[in-house]
Write a protein that binds this ligand. Structure first.
Ligand code: MN
Length: 294
């Protein structure tokens, strides 16, 4: 199932070039009161939501996909987790280019085949999360603000201390993400957390529709020029290994996002640029780049 959030926080199912509006299903979610649980209530209740969606489909109003505004398919992750330096060719370009490494990136990648084994993972602020219908707003004028396209795993259940062999079982689905990054000497959690610096979309493809998560093609072009193109089989720390590392440290909750790392071809963005992000398995989205405050 391909679930999207669109327009005024409506819930949709993507069917080729149409979106079926199944928003009334949200009324079946358990009521919540303060203090809210960590995590996303839609993802936490996904099995029941899917059953209700199946029933609602026959009467669901149809919209053209091209006519709706897509928002981030996960609204309330408790964490945005991301793997650093997780494709060999990106590590190499980072070591070659001081515009990328600023004396920081090369430090964590030198001498390790899998940098996250040594350096772990980082977090992006949840407030940086947007969907494809909202523009990326460049926050560091005069500095290099790069695109990083990544495959994102969405956690489906609360979990801790997950072994690699059990990790597929905690994933609800997959989507695409942009880990926007200003290059510089600050901590990753600062450089990659500006408002709008975590794009997520176009929709959540549930895990049952991604039969080979370790063989997903994905790419990014800017203004029609291909910049990044890779496949998740080239990840150095695999998706299960990232989940093992993450849950050795903290509890993951339903809706938590795992940005799995970017391949080579990262590069600077300017206001006015238009990014096309796509994967034959996970869909396609167009994301505009604007000045801050646009
Ligand atoms: Mn990244």
């Amino acid at each position: 199932m391909k679930l999207c959030r669109f327009n005024d926080d409506r819930l949709g199912v993507v069917d080729d070039n149409a979106v079926l509006d199944v928003t009334p299903v949200l009324e079946g979610l358990p009521p919540e009161r303060w203090p809210l649980q960590f995590g996303d209530s839609l993802i936490r209740n996904l099995p029941a939501v899917r059953k209700a969606v199946e029933k609602a489909l026959s009467k669901a109003p149809r919209h053209l996909l091209s006519q709706v505004a897509l928002k981030a398919p996960v609204a309330n992750p408790s964490k945005i987790v991301a793997a650093p330096a997780n494709y060999v060719e990106h590590v190499k370009e980072g070591q070659r280019d001081p515009g990328i490494h600023h004396g920081v990136h090369d430090l964590i990648t030198t001498g390790y085949d899998t940098p996250s084994d040594k350096y772990g993972l980082f977090l992006k602020a949840n407030s940086s999360l947007i969907g494809p219908s909202e523009p990326v707003q460049l926050h560091f004028e005069g500095r290099r603000n790069d695109h990083e396209v990544e495959v994102v795993a969405v956690i489906g259940k609360q979990c801790k201390n997950v072994a690699k062999r059990d990790a597929w079982g905690v994933i609800a689905g997959y989507t695409l993400g942009l880990d926007l990054s200003v290059r510089g000497g600050e901590d990753r959690s600062f450089r990659k957390s500006a408002d709008t610096y975590a794009v997520l979309g176009p929709w959540l493809t549930t895990a049952d529709e991604v039969p080979e998560p370790e063989n997903v093609d994905f790419s990014l072009s800017v203004n029609g020029v291909l910049r990044q193109s890779s496949n998740t089989r080239l990840l150095t720390a695999s998706i299960p290994r990232i989940i093992e590392i993450a849950t050795s440290c903290y509890t993951l909750y339903p809706g938590d996002l795992i940005y799995t790392g970017t391949p080579e071809g990262v590069g600077p963005l300017q206001a006015g640029d238009v990014m096309e992000v796509q994967s034959p398995v996970l869909g396609r989205m167009t994301v505009r780049v604007a000045k801050r405050g646009a």
